[in-house]
Design a binder for this molecule. Structure first.
Ligand SMILES: [Zn+2]
Length: 263
């Protein structure tokens, strides 16, 4: 698949009514044709405001509505290997060679919008209808759901959950002067779909993540010992060479060491 880097249509969307807006563009899309400040961020919660991070970020307890879930995918944090072949530090190549395959391996992940954020990718699962938090308990429940769901892709485990903001389309990332572009259209999912994915992750974390990464439930040779065959069970992988491989070991295999991730 070829991605047109010059495709500008996503940057200046036509005005949409409120119902359409929930699909993939924030509700204030008309204002996006006005020039955005550098590093402009977009809320995935409350009113979906766009602006400097200092103005639009809010603490967890001020979130009353969740419009979308962010998967922050940074190739710099990941470690190439048998589970992440063809890992590229270039965001477009990373999308074409890794992320696009992962999204194809799970029906719900095919709904994600993907933006090239400058140095990495922001994948967003838009919710329609948004989740309105009736009380603190409901918000707390969704904090947990979002953290579980984010682990279906190799996102930084320390990345924010419901408080996460994305980079606004058309804004410039001053880290490298790149404009934020949409490289894959999204389709909204229902809150029930998200809860189903959370339940799937809780019931079979190893198998679900392994399936997303590899498109299979076994790999030969085993990616951990480079011999034998690894079979993905619900909670662990099994290999005659390695014995049991835990979900934590699977995750740690994907990332650079914690120290090098801090930058
Ligand atoms: Zn093994």
């Amino acid at each position: 698949m070829t991605i047109s880097l010059s495709q500008r249509t996503a940057v200046r969307p036509a005005p949409m009514n409120k119902d359409q807006a929930a699909d993939s563009i924030h509700p204030n899309s008309e204002s996006m044709s006005v020039s955005l400040p550098p590093n402009a961020r977009q809320q995935l919660f409350n009113g979906g405001e766009v602006g400097p991070i200092e103005q639009i970020r809010v603490s967890t307890e001020r979130i009353v509505r969740l419009n979308g879930i962010l998967f922050d995918l940074d190739p710099q944090n990941l470690r190439g290997g048998p589970l992440l072949p063809a890992l590229s530090p270039d965001p477009e190549s990373f999308f074409e060679q890794c992320v696009q395959r992962w999204l194809a391996n799970h029906p719900l992940l095919q709904h994600l919008e993907v933006r090239a954020s400058g140095t990495g990718l922001h994948a967003i699962l838009w919710l329609d209808p948004p989740v309105e938090f009736a009380d603190d308990a409901e918000r707390t429940r969704w904090c947990s759901i979002v953290k579980v769901v984010q682990a279906v892709l190799p996102t930084d485990p320390l990345a924010p959950g419901i408080t996460a903001t994305t980079r606004a389309l058309g804004s410039v990332n001053t880290k490298n002067g790149q404009e934020v572009r949409r490289i894959k259209e999204g389709h909204s999912a229902s809150p029930a779909d998200v809860i189903a994915l959370q339940e799937e992750m809780c019931a079979s974390p190893f198998r679900t993540l392994f399936q997303v990464l590899t498109g299979a439930e076994r790999m030969s040779p085993c990616p951990f010992c480079d011999q034998e065959t690894l079979v993905a069970l619900d909670h662990v992988g099994k290999c005659y060479g390695c014995g049991k491989v835990t979900f934590e070991r699977l995750c740690s295999e994907l990332f650079q060491s914690a120290k090098s991730m801090e930058g």
